[in-house]
Design a protein around this ligand. Structure first.
Ligand SMILES: [Zn+2]
Ligand SMILES: [Zn+2]
Length: 130
C-alpha cells in the first residue's frame, strides 16, 4: 500500500507531531501541513454531523428515502438550536456611557454595559435637549 504525501501528513498529525515537525519530515511547508489537516478535520466533522439524531434534543430522526437529510426533529428544535448558537456568540462592545469594554452575548448592537449606564445616558440626553 502506498501513501500519498497528504496521508503521511495526516498520519503524523495523528501521532501528535507539530506542524513544523511534519513539514520537516515530509519536506513541505508548515502552512501546507496545516491546510491538509484542517481539510481532513472538516471532512470528519461533516461526516459526523450526518448522524440520525436531532442536533438539539438528540431524538432519533426518521429519514424518508431520497429526501434531504434532516438535522432536527421539529421546527421548534431548529429554532431553539439556532437561538442557542446565537446566544453563545459574544461581542466585545464599548459602553457608550462609561466607555468601558464589556462582553455582550448574542447582541452585537448592545450599547451600554449595564442598566445604570443606560438610564444615565438617557437622562443626559434629555437634559441636553432641554
Ligand atoms: Zn429535537
Ligand atoms: Zn457603562
Amino acid at each position: 500500500m502506498r501513501f500519498t504525501q497528504k496521508d503521511l501528513i495526516v498520519a503524523y498529525r495523528e501521532e501528535g507531531l507539530s506542524y513544523r515537525e511534519i513539514a520537516e519530515k515530509t519536506s513541505t511547508s508548515e502552512q501546507f501541513c496545516r491546510t491538509v489537516c484542517s481539510r481532513v478535520n472538516q471532512k470528519l466533522k461533516a461526516n459526523s454531523s450526518s448522524t440520525d439524531m436531532c442536533r438539539y434534543c438528540g431524538k432519533q430522526l426518521l429519514h424518508t428515502n431520497g429526501a434531504k437529510k434532516k438535522q432536527f426533529c421539529s421546527g421548534n428544535c431548529r429554532t431553539a438550536y439556532h437561538n442557542q448558537e446565537k446566544m453563545r456568540k459574544s461581542y466585545i462592545r464599548t459602553c457608550e456611557y462609561c466607555k468601558k469594554e464589556f462582553v455582550s452575548f448574542g447582541y452585537p448592537q448592545k450599547r451600554f454595559c449595564c442598566r445604570e449606564c443606560r438610564t444615565e445616558a438617557e437622562r443626559r440626553c434629555r437634559e441636553v435637549r432641554r
